[in-house]
Write a protein that binds this ligand. Structure first.
Ligand code: GDP
Length: 180
């Protein structure tokens, strides 16, 4: 966490999960309210900022996106370093992306902060007819692992704001207690 003149505090959060689950589109929805049908990620880490008012505080969230690096298993500990929150994303229409969550959770626990706030996100909820993972399965995994959970659609802009805000509010709560 850092402080700057424009906001009360700034923190880093990361997006993680398999390739093509919708991470970039969730971020562009949240930071710029845009959606891209054919996102072709450039290789390298990218991030976006958004200022959010939580209570009396102005928080600047710096959210990092893998920008395609997860395809090559090239995510390193520096990606997670200093992050206070993570949106762990899978695609409800591709079971493999749900099965791989174990690997991502272990990695987050290994490299992330001990207080890391993790929100599990089942994206593409607009594609209900192609669903391979029941909402209940996501919820149960989240409960077992002590994570928050939400299904989203970056395409239809459903629950995107809510998923990020759930993470940000929790980070704010933890940070506030630490500063007391
Ligand atoms: P990333 O590799 O995890 O960053 O995934 P992208 O954001 O690049 O999205 C991968 C593909 O899924 C793109 O073709 C997107 O248009 C599509 N996509 C992303 N989010 C959604 C969604 O909520 N619904 C639908 N139907 N498609 C989505």
């Amino acid at each position: 966490m850092a402080f700057d003149d424009e906001c009360d505090y700034l923190f880093k959060a990361v997006l993680i999960g398999d390739s093509a689950v919708g991470k970039s589109n969730l971020l562009s929805r949240f930071s710029r309210d845009e959606f891209h049908l054919d996102s072709k990620p450039t290789i390298g880490v990218e991030f976006a900022y958004r200022n959010i008012k939580v209570g009396e505080k102005l928080i600047k969230a710096q959210i990092w996106d893998t920008a395609g690096q997860e395809r090559f298993r090239a995510i390193t500990s520096s990606y997670y370093r200093g992050a206070l929150g993570a949106l762990l994303v899978y695609d409800i229409t591709r079971r493999a992306t749900f099965n791989n969550l174990r690997k991502w959770i272990d990695e987050l626990r290994e490299f992330g902060d001990s207080d890391l706030v993790i929100v599990l996100v089942g994206n593409k909820s607009d594609l209900g007819q192609k669903r391979e993972v029941a909402e209940e399965e996501g919820r149960e995994l989240a409960e077992r692992e002590g994570l928050c959970f939400m299904e989203t659609s970056a395409l239809e802009n459903l629950n995107v704001e809510e998923a990020f805000l759930q993470m940000i509010n929790q980070i704010h709560e933890i940070t506030r207690k630490k500063l007391l």
